[in-house]
Design a protein. Structure first.
Length: 131
C-alpha cells in the first residue's frame, strides 16, 4: 500500500503544471545568465558584456560617486537569498562605470550607487563599518 502512495505522489509531482508549483520562475534563460556571469572580467567593455550576457532584463543608468554608471540586471535566481548577491527578487546587478565593467553583485551595486554598507547586512566582514 505504501508503494501506491509513493507512485501517486510522484505522479502528481511530475504531472504537467506542477513544474510551476515547484519551480515557479525556472527557465533556461535564468540558468544561462547565471553561468555566463563566470565569463565576465573586470574591465570589459559594455559591448563585450552584452556579447557575453545578452541584453539585460532591466537597465539602470545614473551619475553616482563621480562617474556615469550603467547597471544591468540579469535574472539569475528565483528569489533573493543570503549570499547570492542578488537584488530586487533574484536579479544580479552587473555594474559598469564609464562603459567598463567594475563589479558584479549586490555589493558592487551598493558601492556604485553610494549606499552605506552596514555590518548588519554583511555580518562576515573582516572589519567594522560605522553607522
Amino acid at each position: 500500500m505504501a508503494w501506491v502512495r509513493t507512485v501517486l505522489v510522484l505522479g502528481l509531482l511530475l504531472a504537467p503544471g506542477c513544474h510551476d508549483i515547484l519551480y515557479p520562475r525556472f527557465d533556461k534563460g535564468m540558468w544561462a545568465s547565471y553561468i555566463h556571469l563566470n565569463d565576465l572580467n573586470i574591465g570589459m567593455s559594455k559591448g563585450a558584456v552584452e556579447g557575453v550576457m545578452g541584453p539585460p532584463n532591466i537597465k539602470e543608468e545614473g551619475d553616482y560617486r563621480g562617474g556615469r554608471y550603467t547597471i544591468y540586471f540579469y535574472l539569475t535566481h528565483d528569489r533573493d537569498q543570503e549570499g547570492s548577491g542578488t537584488v530586487r527578487g533574484g536579479y544580479t546587478p552587473v555594474v559598469l562605470k564609464d562603459n567598463r565593467l567594475v563589479g558584479v553583485g549586490k555589493r558592487a551595486y551598493d558601492q556604485a550607487t553610494d549606499k552605506t554598507v552596514y555590518t548588519d547586512d554583511y555580518p562576515n566582514l573582516p572589519w567594522r563599518v560605522t553607522k
